[in-house]
Design a binder for this molecule. Structure first.
Ligand SMILES: CC(C)(COP(=O)(O)OP(=O)(O)OC[C@H]1O[C@@H](n2cnc3c(N)ncnc32)[C@H](O)[C@@H]1OP(=O)(O)O)[C@@H](O)C(=O)NCCC(=O)NCCS
Length: 289
């Protein structure tokens, strides 16, 4: 029997997952792990080295078409032994057996060295940015209402689908259900007839509040959403993962966000459901897109 074995991850492994993500300095919470295990319970894995848990990886299937691999973490004492590569190969095989045509992930520079030899290709660059939120006043948009309550899940889901490429209803439902007070939308005047101009969701993290998904049809709508969010979280540390070649980067820089680290959005297989990156100001989370 090989020293390395892979098995399904269960809720009992969450403390181990938290230990690994803390060692890596990541922002996920126990609630994030629980959610990932809930989306695709049989698609989350633990690697064991001679019986000791040493690594994790999760998969999240969006609408049967696009799957995300996330939480690829290997204990520092067990790196460069092939654990990360084995976890990836296992996730890929598991997803391909289920007929998922497109597999994606958001790679750290260290992760990219594992993913490129497995066939992953770059889609675009992201940047983790951070700030301490300040109130910057309210930005108004002619005829539109920036609203922080009664967020409309259906309308948010429709714009998210346009931006992301496939439905990720479960992810949105969880964020809206757990943090209804951290949701902002920009509604056009005749909302019944026209889609949202933008939305922004936020959630707590272990080290900072995480801002995203954040989608908007115009820089003005995006800015109004950002102002509303910063006012609500004034004085708090905030992270966001923004697209690099995008107005989002200049916008967050104007509001005091500083670069923290790069990420690369990558795909394996076809990339037929790439959505509209122009609408995407910040992604939801590297672990699920
Ligand atoms: C990235 C990470 C998961 C890699 O795990 P690992 O078990 O050490 O990776 P593997 O041993 O399977 O490496 C497979 C190959 O990837 C490349 N590789 C992995 N880590 C590398 C590094 N630090 N530098 C250069 N190449 C590296 C090598 O080609 C390696 O093959 P080799 O050891 O035969 O040369 C691990 O370093 C880690 O947990 N990092 C912190 C969290 C993180 O960034 N995760 C990725 C999220 S996208």
């Amino acid at each position: 029997m090989s020293a390395l074995q892979l098995r399904q991850m269960t809720p009992a492994d969450i403390p181990f997952g938290m230990e690994l993500k803390t060692l890596a300095g990541w922002n996920q919470t126990e609630a994030d792990w629980r959610a990932l295990l809930g989306y695709t319970p049989e698609g989350c894995f633990v690697a064991e080295w001679e019986g000791r848990p040493v690594g994790t990886a999760t998969t999240t299937i969006h609408d049967g078409k696009v799957a995300w691999i996330g939480m690829v973490l290997v204990h520092p004492e067990f790196r460069r032994l092939g654990v990360g590569k084995s976890l990836l190969k296992h996730c890929i095989a598991w997803l391909q057996q289920r007929g998922v045509p497109c597999i994606k992930l958001d790679a750290t520079p260290a992760g990219k060295t594992v993913y490129v030899p497995l066939g992953f290709r770059d889609e675009y660059e992201l940047e983790r940015v951070e700030t301490v939120a300040r109130v910057n006043g309210e930005t108004r948009i002619a005829g539109c209402q920036v609203q922080a309550t009664e967020c409309d899940g259906e309308a948010i889901s429709a714009l998210d689908n346009e931006a992301f490429g496939v439905s990720r209803r479960l992810v949105l439902q969880r964020l809206l259900g757990e943090h209804p007070d951290l949701c902002w939308t920009v509604r056009p005047p005749s909302f019944v007839l026209r889609p949202l101009e933008g939305f922004l969701l936020a959630r707590p993290g272990a080290n900072a509040w995480h801002l995203g998904p954040w989608a908007a049809r115009s820089p003005e709508a995006a800015e109004a959403l950002l102002c509303a969010c910063l006012a609500r979280l004034a004085g708090q540390r905030i992270f966001a993962d923004v697209l690099v070649n995008h107005p989002a980067r200049q916008l967050v820089a104007r509001y005091g966000f500083a670069p923290q680290r790069p990420l690369t959005r990558m795909y394996l297989g076809c990339n037929d459901w790439c959505g509209d990156p122009a609408l995407t100001y910040a992604v939801a989370d590297p672990a699920k897109g």
